[in-house]
Each structure stands twice: as structure tokens, then as C-alpha cells.
Design a protein around this ligand. Structure first.
Ligand code: IZC
Ligand code: ZN
Length: 415
């Protein structure tokens, strides 16, 4: 069989395929990198991957040939934690924030998430859609082809469903694949200030509606001191599980509330943030299938501690990295910057970082059979970087290294 598209002369082809661990590697450095690689694509799928001379049997006279000019190629990257769909922005809180007013204090004053809730309630579905499309276009320019997107700026049925419908429409109206998460428990809205239990019941009542309409695959809770307790979170998660939602959690971000342990207990796909994780939490994740989804851009932006990534990885926890793109604690679309912060601040190694934004990120959203690595039969999503090795992409920080992005075998971004 012949290919429709062949990328050849790839200096380093990070396939993202997991290899057996070698003695001198950390438990996250086991991804395949081929020198002088090629990718053959048929339709929207990978047909063959290899290195050295491209086999002539793959080429027909209609095959499009792309010379990668010795550059790095990686699987389309996955941003597996974002608050993509929201109205407004929060630069009005920026001065307070950099002068040291804590994130949870701003929230307590009715700002923070609650200010974004007001802005999101005000926008129409079309307006939210247009804003999210622009954001996804920027993410794509950094090499991101799949994005997880949470609701949680409605905190009422109407607006939560509006945000989730935007997620759904995005999948039909632009190139980046969107994985939808219902996060009705992102904060307690003002109107329920003294009626916590009633609000939690409202979130639970919305679960079957979201499920019936096929509007979300995942359920997420902001389990945090002053937001939702571990008991309240467990109560909502158990209900969500009954309706068939897959689970992920905002865990141990600011205060340790044993969120990581809850993730293990309920077999969640991911436990996210973990800046305040305890040794017991690390032990719990180590003995689970849960991916530790680290968001170091948030530590950077809030001026907080970084998650103990080295300790987790060395103990055998599998880590993903995401932006946490949101209007408050991490207003950036730039996953490359997050990867650079992971190198500089979390002391993660280059191969670990590329594993974290490809196959491990795919596992955290349950998509590892289709995306996250370049293997026969998987989606032809990949990025050509203007760099000769993966170290360069992390070392030369603050700029965009993307040259071309392919999604489903089509060129969707070029610089
Ligand atoms: O809007 O502040 N941490 N949720 C939990 C956020 C950050 C998003 C926000
Ligand atoms: Zn978040």
C-alpha cells in the first residue's frame, strides 16, 4: 500500500512509544526517539514509522513528500487541563495578586473564579465560541492538537450547559480536538453562599442531564480548603460514577486535603496540580493508574511552591504536564513555556517532559489508543519544530519553536 503523505529527513522523531525501562533511565524516560526518521500517512492515520531510507514501496506518484530538514518531530501535543471556555479576563486583580493577596482570599472577596462566572454568564454561546476558537488557534500554533476543556464558570444549569455546548461545537468548527469535562463544582456561587448542601445537590441533579445530552465525558471537582471538602467531593464523584462519567480532580493545589488519595480510591484518570501533595499521596498515586497532571505555570503565576515532580517520578508516579489555561491562576495558552518551566523548575528531563505532554497526557484523558504517540493505526497528528534536538526546545525558552502542525494527516498550521 502507498502513502498519501510522507515526512522524511526527521533529525529526531519522538514517536512517544513506550519502551522497556533501561537501567540508567528514570521511570519516565522510556520513550522512543528515532534518528533520521520518517512518517508515512494514509488518510488521517499513521501507516508506517521508521528510520533510515524511506521504503520505495510506500511511495506512489501522488504521494506528497515533506522534507523535515533534519528537525525534531513529535506527536501532536495534548493539553490535558484547561478552563478553555470563559468570558472576560482578570487583569483587574493582577496588582493585588503580585503584591501577595492570596488566590483563595481573592475568591473569598467574590473575585477570582466568581468574577469569571459573572463574565461567562453574560456572554452568549456564540461569543464564548468565538473566544474559545481564538484561544485554540493560539494553542495549535504551539503544537497542541488535543485539549481538555472544563465547564465551571456557569455554576448554574443554563450557563454550565452553554459552556459544554461550546465544547461540543468546537469539535465541529475548528481543528483541535476538544475533550469535554463537566466541572459544575468549581466554586460555591454567591447565591448559594449559605446553602452548600443545596448547591451540591444541584450539581448532582445536573449529572444525568449532561450525560443524556452527551455533553461531557469527564467530571471534575475543585477539592480545596474553602472550596469543596474531601467528603463533599467524594459524594459528588460517587454520583458521577453511577452515570458513567470518568473522573479527574483538582487535588492538593494550595492546601493538602488528601485529594491524591481520593483519586486513587476512586480510580481516577488524573489528579491535577499536587503542589501540596504529601508522601502518603505520592504513595497512593504510585500504586494507581492515575496520572499526576502537573501544572507548573500555575505555581509560576501564583508565586507558589512547585509540585515535587522529581520525587514523584523517581518513586514511579507517571506525570503529565498541562497549561491549566484559565483567566486567573494561569492565563497562558503556551504549552511550550510550561515544558520549559518543567525543565527549569521541576527539574524534569527532556524525555520525561515529552512523555508528559504526549502519551501520558493521552492516558490522562483516556485517548491513548488514538493519540499521544506515533504508531501504526493511530491518528496522524504531529508537530515539526524548528530545532535539531529536543533539548534545544526546552533550553531556548519563551519563544515558539513550531514550524508546522499536522492534524489528521492535514497541514493545519505553518509558520
Ligand atoms: O479561574 O481561577 N484553580 N480553578 C482552580 C482555577 C484555578 C481557575 C480560575
Ligand atoms: Zn484547573
Amino acid at each position: 500500500m502507498n502513502a498519501d503523505l510522507i515526512i522524511y529527513n526527521i533529525g529526531q522523531l519522538v514517536t512517544g512509544k513506550e519502551l522497556p525501562l533501561k537501567d540508567d533511565e528514570s521511570p519516565m524516560e522510556n520513550i522512543e526517539i528515532l534518528e533520521n526518521g520518517y512518517i508515512a500517512v494514509s488518510g488521517n492515520e499513521i501507516m508506517a514509522i521508521g528510520h533510515g531510507e524511506v521504503p520505495s514501496k510506500l511511495i506512489k506518484f501522488t504521494t506528497k513528500l515533506v522534507d523535515a530538514e533534519g528537525c525534531v518531530v513529535v506527536p501532536g501535543m495534548i493539553d490535558s487541563h484547561t478552563h478553555l471556555v470563559h468570558g472576560g479576563s482578570r487583569e483587574n486583580e493582577f496588582l493585588d495578586k503580585i503584591q501577595g493577596v492570596p488566590y483563595l482570599e481573592i475568591l473569598k472577596r467574590g473575585g477570582g473564579i466568581l468574577s469569571s462566572v459573572n463574565a461567562t454568564r453574560e456572554l452568549s454561546e456564540e461569543e464564548l465560541l468565538d473566544k474559545a476558537k481564538k484561544t485554540l488557534r493560539t494553542m495549535l500554533s504551539y503544537g497542541v492538537t488535543t485539549v481538555e476543556s472544563k465547564s465551571g464558570y456557569g455554576l448554574d444549569s443554563e450557563t454550565e450547559l452553554k459552556q459544554l455546548r461550546v465544547n461540543e461545537r468546537l469539535n465541529h468548527e475548528q481543528e483541535v480536538e476538544v475533550v469535554s469535562t463537566f466541572m459544575g463544582a468549581h466554586a460555591l456561587p454567591e447565591e448559594y453562599k449559605d446553602r452548600r448542601e443545596e448547591f451540591i445537590q444541584k450539581v448532582i441533579d445536573l449529572l444525568p442531564v449532561v450525560k443524556e445530552r452527551g455533553l461531557a465525558e469527564f467530571f471534575d471537582v475543585f477539592c480545596e480548603e474553602g472550596v469543596f471538602s474531601i467528603e463533599e467531593s467524594r459524594q459528588m464523584y460517587l454520583e458521577a460514577q453511577k452515570y458513567g462519567f470518568k473522573l479527574r480532580i483538582h487535588a492538593d493545589e494550595i492546601v493538602n486535603t488528601k485529594g491524591a488519595q481520593l483519586a486513587q480510591e476512586l480510580n481516577m484518570y488524573s489528579a491535577d496540580h499536587l503542589m501540596a501533595i504529601s508522601d502518603e499521596g505520592i504513595e497512593a498515586l504510585k500504586n494507581s493508574k492515575t496520572i499526576a497532571n502537573l501544572l507548573p505555570g500555575t505555581s509560576f503565576s501564583l508565586g507558589k511552591e512547585y509540585a515535587p515532580a522529581r520525587k514523584m517520578i523517581d518513586q514511579g508516579v507517571q506525570v503529565a504536564l498541562s497549561t491549566d489555561y484559565n483567566p486567573g491562576s494561569c492565563p497562558t495558552e503556551n504549552l511550550q513555556l510550561i515544558m520549559q518551566i518543567a525543565a527549569l523548575k521541576l527539574k524534569m528531563r527532556p524525555k520525561e517532559i515529552f512523555k508528559a505532554v504526549t502519551i501520558n497526557a493521552a492516558k490522562s484523558i483516556g485517548r491513548e489508543k488514538r493519540v499521544g504517540s506515533l504508531e501504526e493505526g493511530k491518528k496522524a497528528d504531529f508537530v515539526i519544530f524548528d530545532a535539531k534536538n529536543i533539548e534545544y526546545i526546552l533550553y531556548h525558552f519563551g519563544v515558539n519553536h513550531t514550524k508546522k502542525v499536522f492534524k489528521n494527516g492535514c497541514l493545519v498550521f505553518k509558520r
